[in-house]
Design a protein around this ligand. Structure first.
Ligand SMILES: CC(C)(COP(=O)(O)OP(=O)(O)OC[C@H]1O[C@@H](n2cnc3c(N)ncnc32)[C@H](O)[C@@H]1OP(=O)(O)O)[C@@H](O)C(=O)NCCC(=O)NCCS
Length: 187
């Protein structure tokens, strides 16, 4: 059975494993191949451990994990927007679900838990940036009612990439659209 909970410090390795695995698979052809090959679970684990520690000081940030029993199968993070010019208050910068667990409502559940966190922290609108050519993720955000909002370029692993923004003017609408009980009472 799938349930979603706040991440713990001990989840760093599990999150890093999903981070490396999903990036190598989902971003093949979208990001530089050598950069993806070099993504190291060990380095990512250290980064996520630091990130999880820092979260203790930043109560606007939350990291959520989706568990299939004791196995971590997805994660997302939500925080106050760090961009001066973004129209949204809250940001959901990362959401990743292991390939073999997709299409089961886990992404939806992670978006709901992220939106609920932002609402609890008093944020009213939410948004994110996605690779312009990541059609599957764009379909996912559009299915949840995300409105296209802006474009920009950024650097990932030394490569300039094109991004498109999606936002929910009222993040409560995202919470509502994402409601699909994969584990009743958990969200
Ligand atoms: C995007 C992602 C997080 C979605 O997670 P998921 O668990 O597969 O999504 P869900 O099963 O909750 O799907 C929710 C809705 O989104 C839509 N959707 C999901 N994946 C879709 C796809 N590939 N194409 C079209 N629609 C899709 C469906 O309408 C679905 O609604 P339904 O359950 O009523 O059919 C997951 O596919 C993933 O990890 N992708 C690779 C990494 C990535 O691109 N992350 C986003 C980075 S910005």
């Amino acid at each position: 059975m799938i349930h979603i909970r706040m991440a713990r410090r001990t989840d760093a390795a599990g999150i890093a494993c999903i981070h490396a695995t999903t990036w190598k698979e989902a971003y093949r052809g979208l990001l530089d191949g050598a950069y993806l090959e070099n993504l190291s679970e060990k380095r990512l684990t250290a980064r996520w451990r630091t990130h999880l520690d820092r979260r203790e000081e930043d109560r606007d940030e939350e990291i959520l994990v989706a568990m299939n029993g004791r196995e971590l199968v997805g994660f997302a993070n939500a925080s106050a927007s760090r961009e001066a010019f973004a129209p949204w208050d809250a940001e959901i910068p990362m959401i990743y679900v292991l390939k073999e667990h997709r299409g089961l409502g886990i992404g939806r559940g992670l978006m709901k838990a992220s939106a609920d966190h932002c609402i609890r922290r008093g944020m009213f609108s939410g948004g994110l940036w996605v690779l312009r050519d990541n059609g599957a993720a764009r379909d996912f955000y559009e299915a949840l009612g995300g409105e296209s909002q802006g474009r920009k370029s950024d650097s990932v692993g030394g490569q300039i990439v094109q991004l498109v923004g999606y936002w929910w003017r009222d993040i409560a609408q995202l919470a509502e659209r994402s409601t699909q009980s994969i584990s009743p009472g958990r969200f």
